[in-house]
Ligand binder design. Structure first.
Ligand SMILES: NC(=O)c1ccc[n+]([C@@H]2O[C@H](COP(=O)([O-])OP(=O)(O)OC[C@H]3O[C@@H](n4cnc5c(N)ncnc54)[C@H](OP(=O)(O)O)[C@@H]3O)[C@@H](O)[C@H]2O)c1
Length: 291
């Protein structure tokens, strides 16, 4: 049995689809019973559990052969990872854990709370002595969808200066996860997952504009301007501070390296920004949202 944490999320959704296509017995975890399967999903068992409540996790994880562990961005995200590891250990099996972290943990991440929490979760996993594999993706192209309104209006704004970042498509992260969860030979491996190229935000804006056929310009924000915008958008202060820290990490060039791990694992190149933008043309295109 493969147990998928974060099964309704950006990575989890295409991952569950990938496992469904392979016909692998899968348990998908969500906090809500309200998630109605759009169509019958033979082989997928949806289970309600809360990463903040270990009493709900033991039954969900204890009989797993392999676990995909995503910790949602949250002040207790490191605790969430430890809770899942504890639930697995209570099952007493040599369950393999495929842990999703973020690229950059090989650098000093002390002041970057999201990365620091991932480093804590990874340390707990290593201490558990369970077999594990680490997936370390760079930022997702899908983050651009949260800025689609501003992009449609012609501006991509971020506090990253002129730094290049090797963003990756979350669907490729899901494809790698599908492969790693269903094949052997990945114990103690760390796979760094990036897109095919490192791009500045000015290049991203230009490519988005080319795909949708309109002018999109990059506006380099100061951290203070970004903080004001994120706060005005309704994000809580912990998340706003975390995003400013992460952007600062990006701005100093820490997320520029390109890895060939996706190509080595999947035998194909990672999706490009142009492919992502083309697949989401409607979201970024002003003409489809006018009126
Ligand atoms: N976005 C990026 O650019 C990026 C890049 C690299 C790494 N990452 C890492 O990716 C992870 C997030 O993955 P994602 O983007 O796929 O997730 P996501 O879209 O943010 O979705 C969060 C998932 O976590 C589940 N969840 C939230 N709180 C929960 C709880 N208390 N108990 C059980 N499940 C809970 C949600 O399920 P329900 O709502 O159905 O309960 C949902 O499936 C983070 O660790 C982040 O650091 C993100």
């Amino acid at each position: 049995m493969i147990v998928i944490t974060g099964a309704t999320g950006t990575v989890g959704t295409p991952l569950v689809r990938g496992l469904l296509e392979r016909g692998v017995p899968t348990r998908a975890i969500s906090r809500t019973t309200a998630r109605p399967p759009a169509s019958p999903e033979p082989g997928i068992q949806w289970v309600t559990a809360d990463l903040d409540d270990i009493s709900t996790l033991v039954a969900a994880y204890a009989d797993a052969d392999v676990v995909f562990l995503v910790t949602p961005v949250h002040p207790r995200m490191a605790r969430f990872a430890r809770n899942v590891i504890e639930a697995v250990l209570r099952g007493g099996n040599r369950t393999r854990i495929v842990l999703l972290v973020a690229a950059g943990l090989d650098q000093n991440v002390q002041g970057v709370r999201f990365l620091n929490a991932h480093a804590e979760g990874l340390a707990a996993l290593k201490a558990s002595e369970l077999p594990y594999t680490v997936l370390a993706p760079n930022g997702f192209f899908q983050n651009l969808l949260t800025m689609a309104g501003a992009i449609r209006a012609g501006t991509l704004a971020a506090p990253v200066g002129e730094a290049a970042i090797s963003f990756v498509d979350a669907r490729d992260v899901a494809d790698v996860a599908t492969h790693v969860l269903t094949t052997d030979g990945h114990d103690h491996a760390t796979y760094t997952l990036t897109g095919p190229r490192s791009l500045t935000h000015a290049e991203i804006a230009e490519q988005l504009g080319a795909v949708v056929g309109s002018d999109v310009r990059y506006s380099a924000l100061s951290p203070e301007q970004a903080r004001d915008q994120l706060t005005a958008a309704g994000l809580d202060p912990w998340r706003v501070d975390g995003l400013i820290e992460l952007y600062g990490f990006y701005a100093t060039g820490h997320a520029a390296a390109v890895s060939d791990d996706i190509e080595r694992l999947l035998g194909r190149a990672p999706r490009s920004l142009a492919e992502f933008a083309s697949d989401h043309r409607q979201a970024f295109s002003a003409s489809t949202h006018s009126g």
